[in-house]
Design a protein around this ligand. Structure first.
Ligand code: NAG
Ligand code: NAG
Ligand code: NAG
Ligand code: NAG
Ligand code: NAG
Ligand code: NAG
Length: 261
């Protein structure tokens, strides 16, 4: 039922948000613009197909499957865990640089992202879902009180930030739902596939790694493991040449949250 609505509301979002999408001028179309056009074309096909569907799809999370297409697969979720939530994260990766050594390598100092509820689309339309990080990267979030991610029309389901340099934290407690808070530690990391979207037009340094994270002490909501996959953008330049002491790189990714039922 809801997913039928999702397709319909996504279509509305097309009409509502189209004028706000600015296509940068220039000879080569940036990757995120291609992602947007792929998204709208696929959505149009889905809406067309939906018209002939006998029954509305059910948003059953057990039908969603974690992408593993990176050159090296991440280890699977631990036995006995169940998928609790799937979100699109859209935000920034923060870095620092030496301003006196052009060959120094930028240091990652954390990230800040808004999480948008994509559980239903992950379960029912994995092909549309796989395009969403690229689509999201093409949208600049103006402020934290922006409550939906156009043009997919996803609602906020949480926030991601670092509580210290080595602790990525996911807060999935919102007024709508309390899914838990998970301070995490990195368990595994693999490079993003070479065809991943490299970044916004002026930041094409590549997509951040795919990660498996495990929940630390103090986690609530039975959350156990978190995956960051299908990343778009977020990497810093290879060196600090020309970079300021602190800077931000735009990124988007899918986040998959697993709990002990
Ligand atoms: C500059 O950074 C590079 C790469 O980290 C390092 O090998 C080199 O020693 C650094 N140079 C100075 C003067 O610190
Ligand atoms: C996410 O959206 C689905 C419907 O698409 C809903 O059932 C679920 O409660 C939402 N989750 C959160 C955390 O808002
Ligand atoms: C998003 O912001 C970046 C810099 O903050 C800018 O270069 C880019 O053009 C913006 N993209 C859109 C679609 O507005
Ligand atoms: C960062 O926070 C985690 C979780 O609270 C803690 O276990 C760890 O010791 C902290 N690390 C540092 C360097 O403070
Ligand atoms: C990753 O998780 C597995 C399974 O829980 C564990 O055996 C392994 O020690 C962890 N590795 C790291 C680097 O945390
Ligand atoms: C990291 O990003 C956040 C959010 O924009 C910002 O408040 C913070 O100052 C940044 N940190 C650094 C060191 O740039």
């Amino acid at each position: 039922m809801f997913c039928k609505l999702w397709v319909a509301s996504a279509l509305c979002a097309v009409a509502l948000s189209a004028p706000t999408i600015t296509i940068p001028s220039g000879a080569a179309l940036p990757a995120e613009v291609k992602a947007l056009s792929d998204y709208f074309n696929l959505l149009a096909t889905k809406v067309q197909a939906g018209k002939s569907m006998a029954a509305a799809p059910v948003c059953d999370l057990s039908k969603a499957s974690l992408p593993t297409a990176s050159p090296t697969a991440l280890p699977p979720p631990s036995a006995g865990l169940a998928l609790k939530h799937v979100a699109i994260g859209r935000g920034i990766q923060n870095y620092t640089c030496s301003t006196t050594n052009a060959s120094a390598i930028p240091a990652a100092i954390g990230a800040v992202a808004t999480l948008f509820n994509a559980s239903c689309v992950a379960a029912t339309n994995p092909d549309v879902f796989a395009l969403l990080p690229g689509v999201a990267l093409g949208m600049n979030l103006t402020s934290d009180d922006q409550t939906t991610l156009a043009p997919a029309n996803l609602a906020i389901s949480g926030h991601h930030y670092f509580s210290n340099l080595t602790t990525p934290l996911f807060n999935l407690d919102t007024t709508a739902m309390q899914l838990g808070v998970a301070p995490c530690a990195k368990n595994n990391s693999v490079s993003a596939p070479t065809n991943a979207i490299k970044g916004q037009a002026n930041q094409g340094n590549g997509a951040v790694a795919w990660l498996k994270l495990t929940a630390r002490d103090g986690t609530t909501g039975n959350l156990e493991e978190v995956y960051r996959v299908n990343t778009a953008g977020g990497n810093p330049p290879a060196t600090c040449a020309g970079m300021p002491a602190a800077f931000e790189v735009q990124y988007a990714a899918e986040y998959w949250f697993y709990e002990k039922p």
